[in-house]
Every structure is written in structure tokens, then in C-alpha cells.
Design a protein around this ligand. Structure first.
Ligand SMILES: Nc1ncnc2c1ncn2[C@@H]1O[C@H](COP(=O)(O)OP(=O)(O)OP(=O)(O)O)[C@@H](O)[C@H]1O
Ligand SMILES: [Mg+2]
Length: 282
């Protein structure tokens, strides 16, 4: 059986011994996040242990408000944990990190800039050498099927194309770690599938470590090596699922495999049994 055994309610370490020879790309140890305000205290995350080896693709799924975005922000250094440690390639994360790429739910493109110039914004902000940035932008444009649309403005692009521009922008500086927060949530089902296929291919070409937050169980399973299932607030890791799908994943063939069905059914069960979050503060 390739799907992890029942461990509901217990935090699960995501590491396995043989992969620990070099520092993990992302290493989160016993992390908790509490938000305190005059009105309420919210424990967003508790007892989070997550170790992601370099080059792995991990999906995060869980009910709304369970702390998925909070977890990505911790890894990016945009937020400090209340307790515990976060490391990127062995270095403690103490502030905003430049060695990551971040893709948000909405493409967030500048309306007055062409697709290429939106992608190159990343280079301008980082002071990357212009030649290298342009070369890399052209490679990514080709890789994501945007050739011919380099000079188009965002409003001249479809939602899927805009999201591809946003992906190119996040990948321009060749970040070793890519964080994606519901990147395809606004797309229709077919475009989303197409983007999943492209993302999987790009990930295999670049070798980047990816943490993807998604509400789509199929997307989570199709794309990832492992799926981290989280509980309702306070978010803990309920189970880590390793479906054991082959590296080569034709979409239709993959979603028809028994391992795929097994993993999606397991996640659905886990999410179905997650208690709804209380509306007031804990
Ligand atoms: N800056 C903040 N200040 C106070 N509370 C916050 C802050 N950011 C997040 N929270 C709270 O922490 C909890 C987790 O939020 P988070 O955005 O991480 O959830 P999520 O899993 O990404 O949800 P969704 O799937 O709806 O995007 C929520 O209860 C939210 O209200
Ligand atoms: Mg979120």
C-alpha cells in the first residue's frame, strides 16, 4: 500500500531518512503561529513539522482558515513563527527571502506593462543583469507557450495566459524554492488542467522545490510527490500522503490510475472529517 497508513489526529513527520543527506530545501520544526489582537487571539498553526527535500513537489490541502497561506508566509520570511524554527537550505529564515518565487491566486500583473515587461519586473526589482534576465525570460516564455504574446498587455491575455506570465515572473531569477498559493483557483476547469500539465512539465525541467496550496484534490495529487493534509484551525498536519504515482504523468492516464483514486478518496475522507473551524476566537 503506497498511501500512508491511518494517522488521523497525529502530526506526521514528512521526512524519510535516506533523503536527509543534504539540508532540506524547506525545514519547518515544531512551529506554532498565534495572532493576537485586541478583539481575539487566533492560533493559526500548531506543532507543524515539515521537511521538504530539494526538488520535491509538495501540495498542501486543508479547510479554509487552517493556516496554509500562513505556512507559505513563514517559509518566505514574511511572517515570524510564535515558536519553532523555519530553515531554507539549512539557513534559519529571519526575514524576507529573495531566494524564493511566490505565485499568488491572482496574477497581479501591471496593466500598462506588456507580458515580457511584467516578467522582467522581477529582474528590475532584484537588479539582475539585463542580458541574463532577457535570455531567461525568453526561455520561460517559450516553455510556457507564450511565444507571440510577449508584447501583449494583460487585458489582451486570457486568465490562464496571465497566470503563466505570473509563473514566468516568479521563476525568472531561478529560485530554488517556489511557493504557490492557490495559483489556479480563478481558472475554469479545463484551463486549470492545462496549467497543471504545464506546471508539472516546468517543474521537471527546472528541478525547483515547490510548495503548492490548493483547494483542488485532483490538482494536489496529480502534481505532487507528497500531499500534506491539514486539520481545521488550529492547523496541524493530519497526514502526509505519498500516492506513489510514476514520474511521467500523462493527465488522463494518471487520473485513471488506482493510486490516484486511492489518494484522492483518502484526502476527501480526511477533509470531510475535519471539524469546521469555530467562528469566534479560541
Ligand atoms: N495577519 C493576520 N492577523 C490576524 N489573523 C490572521 C492573520 N493572517 C491570518 N490570520 C488568521 O489565521 C488563520 C489562518 O489563516 P490563513 O490565511 O493562513 O488560512 P488559509 O488556510 O490560507 O485559508 P484559505 O484556504 O481560506 O486561504 C485564520 O483564522 C486567519 O483569520
Ligand atoms: Mg490562504
Amino acid at each position: 500500500m503506497s498511501v500512508a497508513e491511518e494517522t488521523v489526529g497525529k502530526p506526521v513527520m514528512v521526512e524519510s531518512a535516506p533523503r536527509q543527506a543534504q539540508p532540506a530545501a524547506v525545514d519547518v520544526k515544531d512551529v506554532a503561529v498565534r495572532f493576537r489582537s485586541k478583539k481575539r487571539d487566533v492560533t493559526a498553526l500548531e506543532r507543524i513539522d515539515l521537511s521538504v527535500p530539494m526538488g520535491e513537489f509538495v501540495s498542501l490541502v486543508g479547510p479554509s482558515g487552517c493556516g496554509k497561506s500562513t505556512l507559505l508566509k513563514l517559509v518566505a520570511g514574511l511572517l515570524k513563527p510564535s515558536s519553532g524554527t523555519v530553515r531554507l537550505h539549512g539557513d534559519p529564515v529571519t526575514g524576507p527571502r529573495h531566494d524564493i518565487g511566490y505565485v499568488f491566486q491572482r496574477a497581479a500583473l501591471l496593466e500598462w506593462r506588456s507580458a515580457r515587461r511584467n516578467i522582467l519586473l522581477q529582474a528590475e526589482m532584484r537588479g539582475m543583469p539585463a542580458d541574463r534576465a532577457r535570455r531567461r525570460a525568453d526561455e520561460l516564455i517559450a516553455m510556457t507557450g507564450l511565444r507571440g504574446f510577449e508584447e501583449a498587455l494583460p487585458h489582451e491575455l486570457s486568465g490562464g495566459m496571465q497566470q503563466r506570465v505570473s509563473l514566468c515572473r516568479a521563476l525568472l531569477h531561478e529560485p530554488p524554492v517556489l511557493l504557490m498559493d492557490e495559483p489556479f483557483g480563478a481558472l475554469d476547469a479545463l484551463t486549470r488542467e492545462q496549467m497543471n500539465i504545464e506546471l508539472r512539465r516546468i517543474w521537471r525541467e527546472t528541478g525547483t522545490t515547490v510548495l503548492l496550496v490548493t483547494h483542488s484534490i485532483a490538482e494536489a495529487v496529480y502534481l505532487a510527490d507528497r500531499i500534506v493534509v491539514m486539520s481545521a484551525r488550529p492547523g496541524t498536519i493530519t497526514e502526509v500522503i505519498e500516492p506513489g504515482l510514476p514520474a511521467e504523468r500523462d493527465y488522463t492516464e494518471t487520473v485513471g490510475r488506482p493510486e490516484f483514486a486511492h489518494a484522492t478518496a483518502r484526502i476527501r475522507r480526511l477533509l470531510g472529517s475535519a471539524a469546521p473551524p469555530p467562528d469566534a476566537a479560541e
